[in-house]
Design a protein around this ligand. Structure first.
Ligand SMILES: [Zn+2]
Length: 287
């Protein structure tokens, strides 16, 4: 009896409880529906190893692949009033915000601002985080973009923006719409200083972000098959009551129609961006 309870039972329990296969070891590609081994997928910068589908990657996973030796400095976003309108829908906005902040990495809102060397040149990168309340733009994102632009000017660095957004932060009402002009002015500061401003459009770039700083780049690159537009295709289809063409509002369609300069695979972004920046800043070196 003792031998069974004291020795066999704990052993059995340990066997049963052993978590050798965590649930998140595999994931399914939403495009080709093949199973992907998490580690391979992460090593592949969250691009499907079967079909090349680019999944939405969070800024902190992306940044190490862009800066030299993966080294960069994060810049905390400026403090803004947390819930200026005391907004409430099914949940209080400040509670919703706190929940998103608890899950966020390296930031307190939907924008990550980082600086570091890229191709041995000081570069500022501002990346929107779709995982943070759909990458929506409120005062914090607006302030963050202004800060990134000022940082680029102070350091005589190019500014590169990775856009991914569902639009304006509805819970901040008119204040979120004001960020369209603020970010536009911020971008003008960078251009006024004669520094390159490059936008990499990633899935999805819609709403207020696409109506402001995401469409004002000197150069627009896009990741393959990303949704890029102001209103979603369903809304447009219902409004104009017409069938939309195949691939409407996707990167490749926009490239064909002159809205995007190049569609670039995630693995090629670092070298493409370095080449573009050199072209804009030291054209003689490239020639
Ligand atoms: Zn796939």
């Amino acid at each position: 009896m003792n031998w069974l309870t004291n020795f066999v039972r704990p052993k059995l329990r340990a066997l049963v409880n052993r978590k050798e296969t965590p649930e998140n070891l595999w994931l399914k590609c939403p495009k080709c529906e093949q199973m992907l081994f998490m580690r391979d997928w992460e090593a592949n910068q969250e691009v499907c190893t079967h079909c090349g589908h680019h999944m939405r990657i969070r800024p902190l996973k992306r940044l190490p692949h862009l800066f030299d030796e993966g080294k960069y400095e994060l810049h905390p976003l400026p403090k803004v009033p947390a819930d200026p309108l005391k907004f409430r829908d099914t949940e209080r906005y400040d509670a919703r915000l706190k929940k998103a902040q608890a899950k966020a990495e390296g930031t307190t809102d939907a924008l990550v601002v980082a600086s570091g060397l890229m191709g041995n040149r000081m570069t500022v990168i501002a990346a929107l985080d779709f995982g943070f309340m759909g990458g929506s733009m409120g005062t914090a994102v607006g302030e963050g973009l202004v800060m990134a632009a000022e940082l680029a000017v102070a350091r005589k660095a190019p500014l590169i923006v990775f856009s991914a957004s569902g639009g304006a932060r509805m819970q901040e009402g008119i204040l979120s719409l004001m960020q369209l002009t603020r970010t536009t002015i911020a971008v003008r500061k960078v251009k006024g200083a004669g520094l390159p401003y490059i936008v990499v459009l990633t899935d999805p770039t819609t709403g207020g972000v696409s109506a402001s700083f995401a469409m004002l780049g000197d150069i627009h690159l896009a990741e393959p098959d990303a949704i890029i537009g102001f209103a979603g295709p369903r809304v447009i289809q219902d409004t104009i009551r017409q069938e939309l063409p195949e691939g409407f509002q996707r990167s490749e369609y926009l490239l064909e129609h002159g809205m995007v300069d190049a569609v670039v695979h995630r693995h090629k972004l670092r070298e493409t961006l370095m080449r573009m920046v050199t072209l804009l800043m030291d054209p003689l070196v490239v020639a």
